[in-house]
Design a protein around this ligand. Sequence first.
Ligand SMILES: [Zn+2]
Length: 473
Amino acid sequence: MKHIAIGGFFHESNSFNPIITGAEDFLIFEGDEIHTQGVNYLQAKGIADFFGDKEDCRLIPLVFARAVPNGLVEEALYLKLKDRFFELLEDQPRPDIFVLALHGSMRVQHIGSAETDLLEAIKARYPDLPIVCGLDMHATVTQKMLQLATAMVGYKTAPHLDAWETGQHAARMAWEILFEQADLRMAAVKIPALIAGEKSETDHPPMKDLIAELHSLEADESIAAASYLLGFPWADAQENGVTALVVSKNEHSQAQEAAQMLADRFIEFKSKFDFSMPAHPSEEALLLALRENLRPIFVSDSGDNPTAGSTGDNTGIISLLSGPLKEKTRGKKILVAGIFDPSAASKCKANLTRKICLKVGGNYDTKYSQPVELTGIPIKMLEEFGPFRSELILFQTAEFYLIITSKHIGFTAVDMFQALQIDYLQTDVIVVKLGYLTEDFKAIAAKSYLALTRGCTDEVLSRLDYTHKYELI
Ligand SMILES: [Zn+2]
């Protein structure tokens, strides 16, 4: 019987966002809860599902913690999670391997790379045990992670649709180590470049072609995994950048060469990275969207994308719609999804269906925005929406409908609109705090524009203040 310890911490930490991500932002579960909560942490579920029906295997599920990308993670919380991770091992048989569902770009106050710290802690206690990790495509791979882990594999899709499959892939490599005595080793080449998140959609060249290289390498029996880990563009961190990673199996002579080939391909395609949807300065993007006759037209407020760790409370777009573009909104049904503001949400809650003056946003992103005064009516409220149990308020002004959330969550799917009974298909313009559209939105968008707004996820990387040196793409 082999004992497989599984667990994971998953967070993308944006160093430009001043919010400290705390316990209330995380979805935390442990042990057998993986079987019921795994649907909210698909990479971890992929690992658990792989071993679920295997004979001679017993899972030891530890701690799982996942939050929407945000600012750095609170140190005390991280240390508590890490303690619990090891505490759960105490009454268990000694594990034979660790298989972890990680992001790779989780950063903790005063500690830095959470993944490096966790791997170090595991190795300090179990120096001889192999560790296999699944990673997000935007993982920041440190030199220490390469030394401490036996094998790592990243997502191959952006938008990320293969989290479960990546968990399965990591689990399969662990299985090969345990039951086939596979000798897995990693070879990596680092490229000190950062790519704006919205230039790396895998349905579009050049990422599409680069991912094809990964698949063709993995078709070879001696390659257990091939990945491009792109780093996280909105973290000013020392070892950020792109990593071309190859895990070789039993036969290692070609591995370094294969990793170098991937790095060379990346460099060769570097000038081809571009936005996959029309990208314009904010006001221009809104004007173009307002001129369209089709509906719904999506506008991504890309500089403030909470799913890439922005504050979610930048008011740039609502200032334009309620200010200089006010006249242009006439006769148009506009939905802004949305803004993160717990105090505005509670004021709305106390004044449901009453006309009020509401100060909204600009609490955290004080660099690129300020609070905006709106007059309107909180027409609907919903409690405990989604896995992070946010309140949702639908606030109606003369110019637009605005969704206000009490929690820092993403605006990624139509279930939020459905929950608020918004007739989104009959809405002319839907502004989302997002970058490239999710599958859900792509399915209904008549057209979409990327508004190059300012904020903690500015797509124009050169406008951000990095202290570390990378080539910015
Ligand atoms: Zn990612």
